[in-house]
Design a protein around this ligand. Sequence first.
Ligand SMILES: Cc1ncc(COP(=O)(O)O)c(C=O)c1O
Length: 415
Amino acid sequence: MAVTANQKKLDAHTLRADFPIFEQVIHGKPLAYLDSANSSQKPRQVLDAMTEFYETSYANVHRAVHVLGERATAGLEGAREKVRALLNAPDVREVIFVRNATEALNLVAYSWGGNNLGPGDAVVVTELEHHSNFVPWQYIAKRQGAEFRMLPLDDEGEVDLAGLDEIARDCNVKVVATNLVSNSLGTISDLASLVTWAHEQGAIFVCDAAQAAPHLRVDVQALDCDFLAISGHKMCGPSGIGALWGRAELLRRMEPFLLGGHMINSVRYEKTTWGELPHKFEAGTSPIAEAVGFGAAIDYLQAAGLDAIEAHEHELAAYALGRLGEVPGIKLYGPPAERRAGVVSFNVEGIHPHDVAQILDREGIAIRAGHHCCQPLMHKLGVAATNRASFYLYTVPEEIDQLVDGLATVHKVFA
Ligand SMILES: Cc1ncc(COP(=O)(O)O)c(C=O)c1O
């Protein structure tokens, strides 16, 4: 491994060697992968853990008494414990494996919201949400006859809390749901006062940490949230697995989300009873090798150090904001580098973001162009789309230089 446990500063150049994807050129150019907020690349340690698991230990979990079944169950449950430790969750049974953060948030919306929301109640989200933490709440609130309220952003791009009293006067706030890190602007939000307010209203606080958990230390006890969602594929792990953490007392009182095998205690013609946590929420065959890969990814991030990763991203964000600021006609969105994770959204005057991204691709540079599943935010910014360059622990400043050079090519094409 290219990093060691006590390493203070992350050495992205060395660490990059762990990622086989960088051993290639794209269109004859070195690959500058600046799309990690979309999905991250995978180190050999994760790929090897999954291959080894398939080659030596694969079977279905929980149902078999044979050796392979025991190994597979140990692999899945070992990964659950790694997620628990990563999030500083009090109890491993509070960690539910799901397909991704979207499924985690839907689980809470349907299973908690579908049974606890009604007329006169309200769900509160912010203008900074990814659709995954917006649409399920909008849908379930409407279905239950509850209010759906959105906290707007102020001119600084911060969530404006001025309307909270009015919301509390108008309705019975039952859910406050927001992200810790914005996928679109990279904003790292200080959630403390919103969490306190939510709890004063008797509401649950749902934290979308899909974009936070890859980049900084996330502690569910320090956040004092009630539910928290993450996705493995954004954290150097495989796609197809994520996790929901929820307070045990809430999870125990909730109805299951998906029904079928594994999630039951007993099944009779007259009645079915549910299994214990976490199984009640894990119907069907689990993403077993994916869990093993997710566990290996968590080991990898822990070895690199979440604090070192966060510091590295602040440095890259500062460097990128400085270098991109030199590009003629560029408009940069979002907060200063010290309050953002490794995400920089921008537009180039007069050139559609998709054209920018397509020309950059020919230069070996992968960025994302679009609304980033944040249409309410795009509406606020007055644009249909932006370009977004996003960084991770393997990103090096040379890739940002390549981006700046690529934007000069974009200008030449459109001159
Ligand atoms: C802030 C945020 N929330 C939720 C999601 C949804 O994640 P997934 O597509 O893995 O479910 C994303 C993905 O981009 C995200 O950035």
